[in-house]
Design a binder for this molecule. Structure first.
Ligand code: ATP
Ligand code: FE2
Length: 325
């Protein structure tokens, strides 16, 4: 029985995994009506709800705390005050039960949860709040083949939404607005080799909004068309170069139906398969932390409670992927 704890940013999550079966996957999300995420406020939210969420999880899974044999927690990357809340709970339970901890990389967890879909050797398009990367596994590491040169796609969408007075997280609201339009407005498209950039697009969208000459629906629609086309272009190029026949989507922005549709069309055209995990596994969640934690634990990775730490800046390609070999 593995307990998974997620706390990198806005979401505090608790999951319980027994063998390959999830007994529960609970979360509590810090949200705002206006404005973005304030790290200290998010951490306070986590602190206030974590014990209660743990009790709920045990009840839902119908187990006792003592049944837990190992605790997987998010080690990074993320906001330090938030990561510390997860670490604190993980250490507390580990010391009490005298069980080991497994430090899990949050980004790799977003990718590894993709194995629940049946994907074997995919190119991964990882699109979340802070991250936008095209990744594939090669020789012991997840290698980053392309990424954003400035902000993550989710933060880009949330920033534009915040500018026009929509709260956080804004992705689903922008998606709803976009459905109301088919009126395409020209926007800057920035792909450089295998990389993408969104800040020019963001500035341009803000200017168009301020001019008062454009309907918000039309801007939301065009934002999606342009930003997602950029993502699909780099994902396709990576598939062609690496000669891979599978695409896997991961991260919260992959919940977007239009992005999913574009990914499926691209895959169909090149006779590849497109894999999309369930929405509860796309956004931040503790199930993915428990899932990867279990693989790492079985490969012999563990730390003692007094040695456990966090790494807010841990990169995807820093982690030695010994559980796959
Ligand atoms: P990271 O994984 O980089 O640390 P994160 O933890 O903030 O980032 P996730 O929870 O994976 O990321 O994703 C959150 C992001 O997903 C937010 O920016 C949110 O606006 C976006 N998002 C959620 N649903 C949708 C949607 N339907 N369309 C577009 N974006 C969406
Ligand atoms: Fe995430």
């Amino acid at each position: 029985m593995i307990l998974g704890i997620e706390s990198t940013a806005h979401t505090f999550g608790i999951a319980l995994l027994e063998k390959k079966k999830f007994l529960c996957n609970l979360k509590s999300v810090y949200t705002t009506e206006k404005g973005g995420i304030i790290p200290i406020e998010a951490a306070k939210h986590h602190e206030a709800i974590k014990e209660k969420l743990l009790r709920e999880a045990l009840k839902k899974a119908k187990i006792n705390l003592e049944d837990i044999k190992c605790i997987a927690y998010s080690h990074g990357p993320g906001l330090a005050p938030c990561l510390l809340q997860g670490l604190d709970l993980a250490k507390k339970i580990a010391s009490k039960l005298k069980v080991p901890l497994v430090p899990v990389n949050h980004c790799i967890a977003h990718l590894e949860i993709g194995s629940t879909t049946g994907a074997k050797d995919p190119v991964l398009l990882y699109v979340s709040g802070a991250n936008t990367q095209v990744i594939a596994y090669a020789e012991g590491k997840y290698r980053v083949f392309g990424e954003t040169l400035d902000i993550g796609i989710g933060n880009f969408i949330d920033s534009f939404a915040r500018y026009v007075g929509i709260g956080f997280p804004a992705g689903p609201k922008i998606e709803e607005l976009a459905k109301k339009s088919k009126n395409f407005v020209m926007l800057p498209y920035t792909v450089k080799g295998m990389d993408v950039a969104f800040s020019g697009l963001l500035t341009n969208l803000k200017q168009k909004y301020d001019s008062g000459n454009y309907a918000l629906e039309d801007l939301a629609f065009s934002l999606q068309e342009v930003a997602f086309a950029m993502l699909i272009e780099v994902a396709e190029r990576a598939m062609a170069h690496l000669d891979k026949k599978e695409l896997l989507l991961g991260g919260g922005v992959a919940c977007n139906r239009r992005l999913q549709e574009m990914a499926k069309i691209m895959c169909k055209e090149r006779k590849a398969k497109c894999f999309i995990p369930k929405a509860e596994f796309l956004v931040d969640n503790a199930a993915m932390i428990a899932w990867l934690g279990q693989k790492m634990f079985e490969a012999g990775i563990q730390v003692k409670a007094n040695k456990a730490d966090i790494n807010p800046y841990e990169r995807t390609d820093e982690v030695e992927v010994i559980w796959k070999s």
